[in-house]
Design a protein around this ligand. Structure first.
Ligand SMILES: [Zn+2]
Length: 298
C-alpha cells in the first residue's frame, strides 16, 4: 500500500459530521472494505488501549451511502508495505515512522472511482453521546476512587493523580472498557500493589476492604454526585490534528483542574448528566475490585 498521511481527526472536539477526500479503499481479510479519508469525525477503536468502542454511522461517496459497521485503527510501516489492522499492528500507537489511519469499515465494495472523490461522513450521534458519557464517567470514577482509597496507602507509591492522591486507578488497572451503558473498570489487588504500599487489611483507622466496600461505594457516589451538581466543564486539549496526537482530558472540578491523558471522546460539561453512580464489587478472594459506573443523561 502506498504511504498515506496520518488521518486528521475532529472527534476530540466533539464533531460527528465531516467531509473529506477518499484516499484509499482497502479490502480486508474478512471480505469487508476499509475506506480511508484524509480527515474524519469517526473515533476508531484504539489498538493499544481499546477502551472506547468504535463509532458507527454512515459515509456517502458519489451519492451512494454505505453504513459504517465498524471503525478500526490501521497502520502502514515506514517502507510503505502492507496495511496492518488493529491487534496485528506490531508497534504502539504514535510510532512516528508509521502512518496511522482511521479505517471506516463498510460491507459493500465502494464504486471503483471512489478514490479522489469527497466522502460525507456521519457518525451515529446518539451512540457517540452515550459512549462519551461513559468515558467521562470512567475518568471521574478514577479520581473519586483514588480519593476514597487514599488512606489505605502505607507509603507513597510514587504516582499521584491530579489532586495529589496516590493513583490507585492507574497502578491497579487491569482493564477499562466502556459501552453505551457504563464503564467497567477492573483493578488487580495483587502482590505488586501491596509492595507499592496499598493495604486491603484492617488497621486501627479503617476496616478490611471486604467490609468497607459499601462505605467506599457511598463515598465515591457522594463525590460523583457533587461533581455532576457542580456542572464542571470538560474539554480535550489537542496538540495537533493527527489521530496520534497525545491528547489530554481536562475537567474543571471545584477542587481544581484535573487532567488525564486520553484518546477518547467526552461530554462538554457534567451538567449533561442527571446522575453518575458506580457499583463496586470485590471478588470473593479479594484479588479483584470491579467498578461499574453508569451515567444517566439529563
Ligand atoms: Zn480516557
Amino acid at each position: 500500500m502506498t504511504l498515506l498521511p496520518t488521518t486528521h481527526v475532529s472527534f476530540p472536539a466533539g464533531e460527528v459530521t465531516g467531509e473529506s477526500a477518499v484516499l484509499a479503499v482497502h479490502p480486508l481479510a474478512d471480505g469487508r472494505y476499509a475506506v480511508v479519508t484524509e480527515a474524519t469525525p469517526f473515533h476508531p477503536l484504539d489498538h493499544t488501549w481499546p477502551d472506547q468502542p468504535a463509532d458507527l454511522g454512515e459515509l456517502a461517496v458519489g451519492g451512494v451511502a454505505y453504513p459504517v459497521v465498524d471503525c478500526l485503527t490501521g497502520a502502514v510501516g515506514p517502507e510503505g508495505g502492507e496495511l496492518l489492522v488493529g491487534s496485528d499492528i506490531p508497534v504502539r500507537r504514535g510510532d512516528e515512522e508509521w502512518s496511522w489511519l482511521v479505517l471506516h469499515v463498510v460491507e459493500a465494495q465502494p464504486q471503483a472511482d471512489a478514490v479522489g472523490l469527497r466522502a460525507e461522513l456521519r457518525v451515529d450521534a446518539e451512540r457517540r453521546a452515550l459512549l462519551s458519557a461513559s468515558h467521562s464517567g470512567c475518568h471521574l470514577l478514577a479520581l473519586a476512587l483514588n480519593a476514597a482509597l487514599a488512606p489505605r496507602w502505607r507509603k507513597d507509591p510514587g504516582r499521584a493523580d491530579a489532586f495529589g492522591n496516590p493513583d490507585f486507578d492507574s497502578l491497579a488497572m487491569a482493564s477499562s472498557v466502556m459501552d453505551t451503558e457504563a464503564s467497567t473498570d477492573t483493578y488487580r489487588l495483587g502482590k505488586s500493589l501491596r509492595k507499592k504500599g496499598f493495604t486491603a487489611e484492617a488497621t486501627e483507622e479503617y476496616p478490611a476492604l471486604a467490609e468497607a466496600v459499601p462505605a467506599l461505594t457511598e463515598a465515591v457516589n457522594a463525590q460523583l454526585a457533587a461533581w455532576v451538581a457542580a456542572d464542571a466543564a470538560v474539554r480535550i486539549e489537542v496538540p495537533g490534528p493527527e489521530l496520534t496526537a497525545r491528547r489530554r482530558w481536562h475537567c474543571e472540578l471545584p477542587a481544581g483542574s484535573a487532567e488525564i491523558f486520553c484518546g477518547g471522546t467526552h461530554l462538554h460539561h457534567l451538567g449533561e448528566l442527571a446522575e453518575l453512580r458506580t457499583e463496586l464489587t470485590l471478588s470473593e478472594d479479594g484479588s479483584e475490585l470491579v467498578a461499574v459506573t453508569r451515567p444517566k443523561r439529563a
